[in-house]
Design a protein around this ligand. Structure first.
Ligand code: NI
Length: 301
């Protein structure tokens, strides 16, 4: 009898521990795009599995680096003076770049494309290669309608944890899938989770691509509801902003009509990320005063 009690007590404790542990993982999972990427794949095809377990970076800026929301982010000059990532771009006019990650979604991305078309708005899609492979016609449509297609890796890994060869493979496979869908090679890369370091950055640079982060994150992957997504985007929008969101969540798509209309009403003009960056050089030529901020990224986590 006593033995049975002890065994039951042990099992109870064991189950409780397991349950708490599972709950922890669910709640505290810091990966913005983790579940996102997995559901993106699920919505397009049940076959591939996107990396969903490792997830080190929740900050919009990699490795705890400062992301000055009004300036181009620069890696520490004592490490690599030439490596630049973009969180936002200093521009002279009311220009912003909306970006949508982790797609294409077979159902939601076409709906978003319709909304954008109705308003004459161009955005940037950072697509996952294996999703492109399963829905190339959607990516082709987006490109044909004037949107920019950027590389968001093949299966959404943490690039900084991969070997050079694997990083290159993630980039190449995705760029090839985009090329075969659109006839154009992407020139932008958004690293999953914003995870970036000088080693990976150099590989991206050698591929002739720019590293794109963001300055506004509505955390739409947590599915807070369309009203919250809208409010957060409107609160963060300012000239030169690069706005992050995901075209694989119904709430995000539902938020878009009101969000886009409100931004238009405020006078914002939508451009692709590459167009925004091109405006930066014009801006720099015009002002020439302040070089890109050398705001030293902090080393703290
Ligand atoms: Ni992502």
């Amino acid at each position: 009898m006593k033995t049975i009690f002890v065994v039951r007590l042990f099992l109870t404790l064991l189950f409780t521990t397991v349950a708490l542990s599972a709950q922890d993982q669910g709640v505290s999972s810091p990966a913005p795009s983790n579940g996102v990427a997995a559901s993106a794949v699920a919505s397009v095809s049940p076959a591939p599995v996107v990396a969903a377990s490792t997830n080190p970076v929740s900050s919009p800026c990699p490795q705890g680096m400062v992301c000055p929301h009004d300036e181009k982010m620069v890696l520490p000059s004592d490490i690599h003076p030439t490596l630049k990532s973009y969180c936002s771009v200093p521009v002279d006019g009311p220009y912003i770049a909306m970006s949508f990650d982790d797609g294409p979604s077979a159902t939601l991305t076409p709906r978003l494309l319709d909304l954008l078309k109705q308003r004459g708005i161009k955005v940037t899609f950072f697509v996952i290669g294996q999703n492109v492979e399963h829905a190339p016609e959607i990516v082709a449509r987006a490109a044909a309608e004037g949107h920019e297609i950027g590389n968001h890796t093949w299966d959404h890994p943490v690039l900084t944890k991969l070997s050079d060869a694997r990083v290159q493979e993630e980039i190449n496979k995705t760029s090839e899938a985009i090329f075969s869908a659109t006839g154009k090679k992407p020139v932008l890369l958004r690293p999953p989770y914003g995870a970036m370091n000088p080693r990976v950055h150099r590989i991206v640079d050698q591929d002739g691509m720019k590293v794109i982060l963001w300055s506004v994150d509505p955390n739409d992957w947590k599915r807070p509801g369309s009203a919250v997504v809208e409010r957060r985007i409107l609160a963060g929008a300012k000239p030169g902003a690069i706005i992050l969101s995901h075209d694989i969540h119904p709430g995000t798509i539902e938020a878009m009509p009101a969000t886009l209309d409100a931004l238009l009403a405020k006078g914002y003009k939508f451009v692709t990320v590459s167009e925004l960056i091109a405006m930066e050089s014009q801006h720099s030529k015009a002002t020439t005063t302040t070089p890109a901020s050398s705001t030293a990224p902090t080393t703290k986590k």
